[in-house]
Ligand binder design. Structure first.
Ligand SMILES: [Zn+2]
Length: 461
C-alpha cells in the first residue's frame, strides 16, 4: 500500500469530522442573508488549503462571492493542473421536507446528510485531502497544482467571466480538473465528456391597444394568442425536427466511435417513462433517447402566457401573448448565431394583423466537449477503471456549465470532469446526502489521478 493511502486510511475519522465542520457552514450563494456564510466557507477552505501544504493561499475578491486560490509549483517540467470545485450551496427550501436540518450534518450508516454534501463540498474537500496526503507521504507532489475553489457556482458564476479575464496569469495551467460532477452508480464509473450550450429568447405578440370584447370585435382582428401558437407550432415538424433554417448547419456529426460509446450506456426506457410519468417518449426521429438528451440540440418553449386564465370565463380578445424559448446547443453551434436564426424565423412566420417582437436574452452558454482520447480524459479513464474494476461509461451532460468554456477561452485548456456524486443523492433537493464510501473513494481517486496526470507530456495537453 502506498504511503498516501496509509495516511488517508489513518485519518478517515478525522477527515470526516472536518467535513462535517464544512457542512455546518450555510453557504447558500443565492440568498443575500447568507453572504457572510459564503465568506466563512471561503475562509474555512483557505485555512484548510494552507494547512494541507498549499502555498500563496488567498481569498480573491470577485465583486461577488469570492474565489479561493492556492498553489504548489515545485515540479519543474511537469504539467500544471488547475483543480476546480465549489463550496457554495443551493437554498434549502422547502425546509419541512428535510428529515434533518440541512446545515446540521448527520451520518447515518454510509450516508452523510447535509445541504452541499454531494454538490459539491464533498468532492471539493477530497481534492484537498488527496493533495495533503501526497505531500505528507512523498514530501512533494508529482506535478504542479493550482486550486480555484469558488463560492458562486450555484448562481451561475456571474462574476467569473470578468474575474478569469483579469486573472489569466495567475491561473495559467496545462489542464483543468473539475471536482463538480458525478459517477453513474456505486459500482459503475462514468467519464462526462461534455455539456450542452444554451441560448434564450422571448417572443412578444401585440394586437390591439387594450383587451377587446370578443363578441363585438371577435372575427374582425387577429388574435395574438392564435398568432403566437401558430408561430410556435411551426418551429418543429411532426418528426420532432426543428424547422428553423440553418439550425442544424454547424451541428457536429457523431463519429461511429461516439455513437458506439453512447449506445454502450445501458438505457431502461420503461423505467425512464415511469420516472417521468409520461405516456410515452417522443423526440427527434432517427436518434436514441440518450443521443437526444446529450448530443442533439433542442428548442423548447418554456412558458406561454396571455389573455384570461382565471376560473370561469371571460369573453375577451387578448391584446397580447408571450412565450419564452430556450435552445440547448451542441458542438459546434454558436449561441448568438442560433438565437439570430430562431428570431429571424419567428419574424418570417409572423402572420398579418399583429406586431411580433423577439428579444434575445443575455443568458447564453457555448456547448462544451473534450474528446475521449484527450490525454487528460485518458488518464481519468485509467484511474476510474482501476478503482472500480470496470471501464467508465462515456457520457454527456444535457445541461450547461459556462465555466469550462471560461477555462478554454482564458486559459486555453480543457477540463476533465472528475467528481464523485451519485444520481440518487438529492442534490438541489431536500435530504441531500453524500456517501462515506464515496468520500474515501474520491480522496484515493484524486491521489491516483494526480500521479497519472504527472506522466503526461506537457506538450500533448
Ligand atoms: Zn455543483
Amino acid at each position: 500500500m502506498s504511503g498516501w493511502q496509509r495516511i488517508l486510511d489513518a485519518k478517515q475519522a478525522e477527515n470526516l469530522a472536518e467535513f462535517l465542520e464544512l457542512l455546518r457552514i450555510p453557504s447558500i450563494s443565492s440568498l443575500p442573508a447568507h453572504t457572510t456564510a459564503v465568506q466563512a466557507a471561503a475562509e474555512w477552505v483557505a485555512a484548510r488549503l494552507a494547512r494541507a501544504g498549499l502555498e500563496r493561499v488567498e481569498i480573491l475578491p470577485t465583486g461577488g462571492h469570492p474565489v479561493v486560490y492556492g498553489e504548489w509549483l515545485h515540479a519543474p517540467g511537469k504539467p500544471t493542473v488547475l483543480i476546480y470545485g465549489h463550496f457554495d450551496t443551493q437554498p434549502v427550501d422547502p425546509l419541512e421536507l428535510w428529515t434533518h436540518p440541512p446545515f446540521t450534518p448527520v451520518v447515518e450508516g454510509d450516508r452523510i446528510y447535509a445541504r452541499g454534501a454531494s454538490d459539491d463540498k464533498g468532492s471539493m474537500f477530497a481534492t484537498i485531502l488527496a493533495v495533503e496526503a501526497l505531500l505528507q507521504a512523498e514530501g512533494a507532489l508529482p506535478l504542479n497544482v493550482k486550486f480555484l475553489l469558488e463560492g458562486q457556482e450555484e448562481i451561475g458564476s456571474p462574476q467569473l467571466p470578468a474575474f478569469m479575464a483579469a486573472q489569466r496569469a495567475r491561473f495559467a495551467c496545462d489542464l483543468a480538473v473539475s471536482a463538480d460532477g458525478g459517477q453513474w452508480a456505486e459500482d459503475q464509473p462514468e467519464l462526462t465528456l461534455g455539456t450542452r450550450g444554451l441560448c434564450a429568447l422571448q417572443v412578444d405578440v401585440t394586437g390591439s391597444a387594450a383587451d377587446l370584447h370578443s363578441g363585438i370585435y371577435g372575427g374582425t382582428v387577429q388574435n395574438p394568442i392564435h398568432a403566437l401558437v401558430a408561430i410556435l407550432a411551426e418551429l418543429h415538424d411532426e418528426q420532432g425536427r426543428i424547422t428553423v433554417p440553418g439550425f442544424y448547419d454547424q451541428v457536429h456529426v457523431l463519429s461511429e466511435a461516439e455513437k458506439a460509446a453512447i449506445a454502450a450506456v445501458p438505457f431502461d426506457a420503461e423505467a425512464y417513462v415511469r420516472r417521468l410519468g409520461v405516456p410515452e417518449l417522443f423526440g427527434e426521429a432517427g436518434y436514441s433517447t440518450l443521443e437526444r438528451a446529450w448530443v442533439r440540440p433542442t428548442l423548447e418553449v418554456n412558458g406561454i402566457w396571455g389573455g384570461f386564465t382565471d376560473a370561469g370565463m371571460k369573453t375577451v380578445l387578448p391584446a397580447q401573448a408571450h412565450a419564452k424559448i430556450t435552445c440547448r446547443l451542441v458542438p459546434h453551434q454558436e449561441p448568438g448565431r442560433i438565437a439570430q436564426l430562431v428570431a429571424a424565423h419567428v419574424m418570417r412566420l409572423a402572420p398579418p394583423g399583429v406586431k411580433v417582437e423577439v428579444t434575445i436574452m443575455q443568458n447564453a452558454a457555448l456547448p462544451y466537449v473534450v474528446e475521449a482520447n484527450h490525454p487528460g480524459n485518458v488518464a481519468a479513464y485509467a484511474v476510474l477503471e482501476e478503482l472500480y474494476g470496470k471501464p467508465p461509461y462515456l457520457t454527456r451532460s444535457g445541461g450547461s456549465v459556462p465555466l469550462y468554456n471560461l477555462f478554454r477561452e482564458h486559459l486555453g485548456v480543457s477540463t476533465v470532469t472528475f467528481g464523485f456524486g451519485l444520481p440518487d443523492e438529492n442534490i438541489h433537493s431536500p435530504n441531500e446526502f453524500w456517501r462515506v464510501s464515496s468520500f474515501r473513494r474520491a480522496c484515493v481517486a484524486y491521489a491516483m489521478l494526480l500521479h497519472e496526470l504527472a506522466k503526461l507530456d506537457v506538450k500533448t495537453l
